[in-house]
Design a protein around this ligand. Structure first.
Ligand SMILES: Cc1cc2nc3c(=O)[nH]c(=O)nc-3n(C[C@H](O)[C@H](O)[C@H](O)COP(=O)(O)OP(=O)(O)OC[C@H]3O[C@@H](n4cnc5c(N)ncnc54)[C@H](O)[C@@H]3O)c2cc1C
Length: 390
């Protein structure tokens, strides 16, 4: 039986779910609080099962067309000594090649695939939810009232609907600030060859993505609250890399003066139950693993496919479908959140001693060890790929 499903939050997770639900013929209402979408945004590397599911949606060509060149990444010390250089082609040799893309670019691919089939209500949020025995009565901020068989909450890390209607979750402060930006600037660097500086309590990545454009991303450990950080973004960024070489400092100055940049503090969402009645959390809203897992988008896409897989499998019982989704996701979420914590300890070392230890281990790693380090943390078991519960 076809259902009426409200999806609140048309980001990576919400749009992927909408794409799969539309294929199944459900009635979908998709809302987003923003007034329009942008193709810009920080860079992400879509990896492993995330790339595979985009292919299941028939979107590989569009994904590749929107991707950015990625050839080699050099992990380096502040004195420019290379710790480890890794070719993207070799990085995940036995699985899907990762795709470098802006978050907005990935979002656009998913949006284009669905925009003529579903009407997206912009500038719209959930005002009120009322649980009834057979459905949820939803009042939207535009005054519309609808009866939904299921409400998917895919509003990202700081979801306000989760905050109002779920009590059993934690938004863990990861005490790390990220700044992601893009700068239009002619340069002599090789496009697709990236530098990642590893340092105590900070990491800086420089991505020449076109002959006239450089993307910059950095993570800085910080214990200040979000608003203090946002108010002092420029000085924090300048101070953090004040002792770096003049070229890097100039690049950061140019970014602050002329570039487009975004910043936020990382948070990890721990929700032991992704379901509350007919409400279900999807993507970062339910299980944000932080940027340090490098897998948030893939996990959002996977979660969307898993949820819609179970909705198709249990057409008469949407609550059973949600229960299966929750059971499948919990161990997977734990794996990727643990990886993020491990990555934070490695790539954002807390002291000179930790930095030295990491650098010497990473430098000594041979091709096989690198392959393992890069691949093992980002793959699922065959059962998980096929949504089989153990
Ligand atoms: C710096 C950085 C680097 C990253 N790098 C990677 C990477 O390399 N690889 C990777 O896989 N992932 C990466 N990620 C993670 C990835 O971007 C996220 O996991 C992914 O975007 C989450 O998708 P989502 O749909 O859950 O949330 P979002 O993409 O945040 O979308 C949420 C949507 O909900 C809307 N919304 C918010 N509140 C409401 C509301 N109350 N009502 C209605 N709509 C609402 C928003 O407007 C938005 O459209 C990175 C993240 C960051 C910050």
């Amino acid at each position: 039986m076809k259902k009426h499903i409200l999806v609140s939050g048309a980001g990576i997770a919400g749009l992927t779910a909408a794409n799969f639900l539309a294929e199944q013929g459900h009635k979908i209402t998709l809302i987003d609080r923003s007034s329009s979408f942008s193709k810009a945004g920080f860079l992400i590397s879509l990896k492993s099962f995330g790339v595979k599911i985009m292919s299941d949606l028939g979107l590989t060509q569009n994904l590749l067309a929107a991707s950015l060149p990625s050839e080699t990444v050099h992990f380096i010390q502040t004195n420019e000594k290379i710790i480890q250089s890794i070719d993207y082609d070799k990085m995940h040799e036995n699985i899907e090649r990762s795709v470098l893309i802006s978050r907005g670019g990935l979002h656009h691919v998913l949006y284009e695939a669905i925009k003529n089939e579903i009407n997206i209500l912009f500038d719209t949020t959930i005002s009120q939810l009322e649980e009834k025995p057979e459905m949820t009565k939803v009042t939207l901020s535009n005054g519309n009232i609808l009866d939904a068989d299921l409400v998917i909450i895919s509003e990202g890390l700081r979801s306000s609907t989760r905050e109002r209607y779920f009590t059993n979750y934690q938004l863990e402060d990861f005490n790390t600030l990220y700044v992601g930006g893009r700068l239009k600037q002619n340069h002599e660097k090789k496009v697709g060859v990236f530098k990642v500086y590893i340092d105590v309590n900070k990491m800086l990545s420089i991505y020449p993505i076109a002959s006239d454009e450089i993307a910059i991303q950095c993570y800085i450990r910080s214990f200040e609250d979000v608003s203090t950080l946002k108010n002092n973004a420029s000085s924090i960024l300048k101070n953090a890399f004040d002792d770096y070489n003049p070229e890097v400092k100039q690049l950061l100055d140019n970014l602050l003066d002329e570039g487009l940049f975004f910043m936020d503090k990382m948070g990890m969402v721990n929700a032991p139950n992704l379901i509350n009645g007919r409400l279900v959390l999807l993507g970062d809203a339910g299980y944000c693993p932080t940027a340090l897992s490098g897998m948030g988008a893939s996990l959002s896409i996977y979660g969307a496919k898993a949820l819609t897989h179970f909705i198709a499998k249990y057409p008469e019982n949407i609550l059973t479908a949600c229960d299966r989704y929750n059971r499948l996701m919990q161990p997977i979420i734990e794996k990727f959140q643990t990886n993020a914590k491990n990555n934070a300890a490695s790539f954002l070392p807390k002291s000179e001693a930790d930095l030295e230890k990491f650098v010497s281990g990473f430098r000594a790693a041979d091709d096989t060890a690198i392959q393992q380090i890069m691949t093992e943390p980002i793959v699922l078991t065959k059962d998980q790929e096929n949504f089989i519960l153990s």
